[in-house]
Ligand binder design. Sequence first.
Ligand code: GDP
Length: 432
Amino acid sequence: VPVVAVVGRPNVGKSTLVNRIIGRRQAVVEDTPGVTRDRVPYDAQWIGRQFTVVDTGGWEPDAKDRAAAIAAQAEIAIGTADVVVFVVDAVVGSTDVDEAAVRMLRRSAKPVLLVANKVDNAALEVEATSLWSLGLGEPHPVSALHGRGSGDLLDAIIKAMPEAPPVSEPGVRGPRRVALVGRPNVGKSSLLNRVSREERAVVDSVAGTTVDPVDSLVEIGGQPWQFVDTAGLRKRVSQASGTEYYASLRTAGAIEAAEVAVVLLDAAEPISEQDQRILTMVIEAGRALVIAFNKWDLVDADRRYYLDKEIDRELKRIPWAIRVNISAKTGRAVEKLAPALRTALESWETRVPTGQLNQWLTALVQATPHPVRGGRAPRILFATQAGVAPPRFVLFTTGPLDAGYQRFVERKLREEFGFAGSPVEVSVRPRK
Ligand code: GDP
């Protein structure tokens, strides 16, 4: 998600403009001289484009080191934003402080849009034209308070943003795509046959969707699911038709094509390296994950004891995976599969509102700041969720984080927001 930073002297109307951009009124308080707001990010959108707008706050007008305060604000904007919006009070005109900030902004390669605010009527537009002198190009005359010119400004902001990644067709969504994977003989075909038999029937077509002939459409838990690349399973040719190499290519292809993977493990056998490779494929592909321990009918108290130890040891890296213990043979707990898939997909598509994310983050870094190394500690400025499926978060920081601290933040993120059944990616963008 692109980041737009709003910069300017106190009282030029930054907060009002931010409110105008995010389309609410109550969010931000107007600059109070002498009060420094901190950087606060908000979710915003315009003509279908999502972005994060960061109010870089004001600085105390009579701060001892005013130049340093301006520099800090400009630096945050330059370091974190894709687009910088520089706000000037058109009624006052440009000041030496504005010029100092502009000098810093111009040194960065980031696009800077100049906003002439408080242009409440056409007569005031003349004042705005004098701001050409700042050398930031054409001023955008706006009345943040009344909304005048804000549509044009938003158009310009969107235009200045980096290209949007292609968005998938919204609306029509077919059945969720599931990869049923696991090593040979773990019970994949048995499970597929079991669910196809138990549930009403194999669904042949769902309105508005086409299903690849190698896929199976199966209704389980009252909902159709598209099991990808299962033709081989049904015809029982998969074992015959391939070396392990081809089997693994096929598994990778199915995972790639799916949204969620059911990794079948044999509860009666030790968790093997091949099992681990399949789990890694799912995690690295960023797919939602349900682990199904099959052949549970063969698990007695003795085996249970060793299995628990194996799970602790072998699946320690994925405590977030959803687990179900089933038997394709007897039908045990097979009905738990659909709810597990639904939960995993829900986590996979979770979007945490930016405000909530940053409230949590602020409290976290206050309680447990980054350890000091060599007299300094990088600070996390704010975070945004850059995407879903799986959830991806970006931490904007003043410098690289210790790997240990980053893992700590990731762990806490899961503790707070859950994400059962979904990988979560956290990346760090240090300010340059
Ligand atoms: P695939 O290679 O993963 O498709 O595995 P299959 O479905 O062909 O199953 C391999 C063997 O395990 C067959 O003999 C099945 O009858 C047996 N099997 C599958 N599921 C279970 C189960 O839940 N319990 C037991 N005891 N045997 C099972």
